[in-house]
Design a protein around this ligand. Structure first.
Ligand code: AMP
Length: 248
């Protein structure tokens, strides 16, 4: 385990799933475990909005209504981010890719650095649970800790247990925007499940379990994936079989 961690992830790991599936929570844990960057395009956009940059100004109204930011903007931002030296030992992508053109561009980026295919972890959560998680989600404005007022409330209302930071309710976590975000997922992002499954690189994870159980499952998948990754590449048929073993 320690050896595997010393080498980081050695590849791109994509966390795929609808808003509220737990991608952010899990990405934080996994990135920390392997000491690699957690690249959340949503966080990047929120930062640009908070800094009121020209790009942030363009993205804000789109995010506020729950739509996806145009591919060209996202791709430019991601290409720049993954070119930084801290990504050399692999990285966890959370919220990217979200469209087929984004996935194809990512393939090009990974090929250019001779990394081969990403490993895709697909979080499966039912719709009612997603809405409950999103409407109840509160995020620490200081450390980014994630709470849920229904299932995982802070000890003191509105305050982070770790640092006392104020807890924020994201503007797009209101029910009317959630409906749009889930529709954007269904129409534009969900096709990526088939795209990656047909390549034999996607593994389904039951995202309804408690967060710690999901983390344990994801770690198990990554450890196995790493072993497979360091041996000669399997044939597409063998890879497909391998990924199906992880499915429920
Ligand atoms: P998230 O925090 O991942 O839910 O992202 C928040 C919002 O940022 C989304 O609803 C989109 O408007 C925008 N966004 C984040 N990542 C992407 C992406 N890969 N493609 C397009 N829009 C994105």
């Amino acid at each position: 385990m320690a050896d595997a961690r010393a080498g980081g992830l050695g590849r791109a790991v994509i966390f795929l799933g609808p808003p509220g599936a737990g991608k952010g929570t899990q990405a934080k844990q996994i990135a920390k475990h392997y000491s690699v960057p957690h690249l959340s395009t949503g966080d990047m956009f929120r930062e640009l909005v908070a800094q009121d940059t020209p790009l942030g100004k363009r993205a804000k109204p789109i995010m506020d209504r729950g739509d996806l930011v145009p591919d060209d903007i996202v791709l430019e931002m991601v290409a720049e981010r993954v070119s930084r030296p801290d990504t050399a030992r692999g990285f966890v992508l959370d919220g990217f890719p979200r469209t087929l053109p984004q996935a194809e561009k990512l393939d090009e980026i990974l090929q250019a650095r001779s990394w081969g295919q990403p490993l895709v972890v697909h979080f499966v959560v039912d719709a009612a649970q997603l809405v409950r998680r999103l409407t109840g989600r509160r995020i620490c404005s200081v450390g980014g800790e994630i709470y849920n007022i229904y299932d995982q409330p802070p000890k003191v209302e509105g305050r982070c247990d770790n640092d006392g930071g104020q807890l924020i309710h994201r503007a797009d976590d209101r029910e009317e925007v959630i409906v749009e975000r889930l529709a954007a997922y269904r129409e534009q992002t969900r096709p990526l499940v088939d795209y990656y499954r047909s390549q034999g690189v996607l593994v389904d994870v039951d995202g309804m379990q408690p967060p710690a159980a999901v983390t344990a499952k994801v770690l198990e998948i990554l450890e196995r994936g790493q072993k497979a990754h360091s041996s000669p590449a399997p044939s597409p048929a063998a890879a497909n079989q391998m990924s199906q073993r992880y499915e429920r």
